[in-house]
Design a protein around this ligand. Structure first.
Ligand SMILES: *Cc1c(COP(=O)(O)O)cnc(C)c1O
Length: 230
């Protein structure tokens, strides 16, 4: 039996609750993002109906088609690499770009936001796994340099950090990647106002991420099933 969204959502919420409790945290401090990439537009409608209001897509073009004319106010984030030629569309479409991975991308987005005269929230992404297929700043030092530079861009509001955990079955490796980003977050946070978002955890590893301090989990499969089956 395929689970309904309501069933999957109830399951996910209780798992978030349990992971938060295990870590001595409040589950209210963990935001749940529905990642709709690879799923049809109807899934967004269904998710809105189920009370979800935070959505993530990893491609600008796919998001444009899917998020156009949504009936209810909701918040959309870009979670995949931003090509500079898509910066204008991204500025128009998203409340937050979680995947700032270079100064080049940051500057392009800032320039497009200046054109439209409105700021945008951003997270800086760290590639904690070292996997070439993943985007993000390559090292903590590069990310720290990026952070100093992004702070000077007037239209980007720096809200936090993001990572995609390593592709492995070894929970210790996954935990270590999340712990690395968490300690960087704790290190830089005191000097930055409004810096409150630590985006980590996907369907396969969100409980570990919550135990390691995540404030925003990005879930697709756990909510909507396997991509390509609907
Ligand atoms: C696809 C994707 C997710 C969601 O992945 P699931 O395994 O389906 O939960 C989360 N974050 C990013 C950056 C993604 O690209």
């Amino acid at each position: 039996m395929v689970k309904t969204l309501a069933e999957s959502l109830a399951d996910v919420r209780s798992r978030i609750e349990a992971a938060a409790r295990k870590a001595g945290r409040a589950s209210a401090d963990v935001r749940l993002m529905a990642v709709t990439k690879g799923f049809p537009r109807e899934v967004v409608q269904e998710a809105l109906g189920a009370g979800l209001s935070l959505f993530g897509e990893n491609r600008v073009q796919e998001a444009e088609a899917k998020f156009a004319d949504l009936p209810v106010p909701c918040e959309t984030h870009l979670i995949g690499h931003l090509q500079t030629n898509k910066a204008r569309a991204a500025a128009a479409l998203f409340a937050c770009v979680q995947s700032i991975d270079s100064m080049h991308t940051a500057e392009a987005l800032d320039a497009r936001c200046a054109e439209r005269g409105a700021p945008i929230d951003v997270l800086l992404e760290l590639n904690t796994s070292g996997e070439d297929s993943k985007s993000g700043f390559r090292t903590c030092d590069e990310l720290l340099a990026g952070l100093d530079a992004v702070r000077k861009l007037p239209l980007l509001r720096l809200k936090g950090l993001m990572t995609v955990g390593p592709l492995t079955d070894d929970p210790q490796k996954i935990r270590a990647a999340f712990a690395q980003l968490r300690s960087l977050f704790d290190e830089v946070r005191p000097g930055l106002s409004g810096f409150d978002t630590l985006s980590m955890g996907m369907s396969g590893d969100f409980e570990l991420a919550i135990e390691e301090g995540s404030t925003l989990v990005r879930l697709g499969t756990a909510l909507f099933g396997i991509r390509g089956t609907r």
